[in-house]
Design a protein around this ligand. Sequence first.
Ligand code: NI
Length: 245
Amino acid sequence: MLLALATGAEIEAHLERSKTVVIPIGSNEQHGPTGLLGTDWLCPEIIAHEAQKTSDLLITPTFNIGMAQHHLDFPGTIALRPSTFMAAIGDWARSLAHHGFTRLYFLNGHGGNVATIEAAFSEMYAEASFAGRERGFACRLRNWWDLKGVMPLASRLFPTGHGSHATPSEIAVTQWAYPDSIKSANYAPQIAPTGPIREARDFRARYADGRMGSDPGQASPEKGGELVAKAVEGLIADVAAFSAA
Ligand code: NI
């Protein structure tokens, strides 16, 4: 069930069955010459929305702006500084906890978000500890590519040029869901360079077209469909395990 298309009464009924909620979370940032700006929030959203068609999962609206300061020299990128991001994650989580959700599962689509999301969890756990709250509240962060079976499949589909930003995997997932928005370009070099992530000026100087280590030319909607199917399977199993733990 999608929270945005449900009523308050339906959420109340859901809470009778389950205290778990899934929050797709990502970032709106440049993804090279052919990747969509929404790639990092679209991927977890696509997977979560697909999973709720066959499983009793409740999916919140997508948290679609994240920690993307290093991409700011590319137009279209929208970023939250880590302190703002942490504060916003905290209030999303507190709102859901207020209704009685005790298992908050964040399905993430952006590596740059990880440190801040984990810090936001630590902040909330500290609040519970200092307030001496009863046990039972838990958060989980899972990157969609870390769901069971996804990386082995990605390695089979893209043995070289997978990289870490504007990867053929993530671009394939968006191509599967949004075939009308598939773009093409000539990549030079075919496989982008790799290196550190610092601030925006440095990022653009190192990665001229925005990619890191990737050759997105290998993406196809068919490969995206395979990745989504594997991720959906992994997500349903992982959420069930988290709900029971
Ligand atoms: Ni990405």
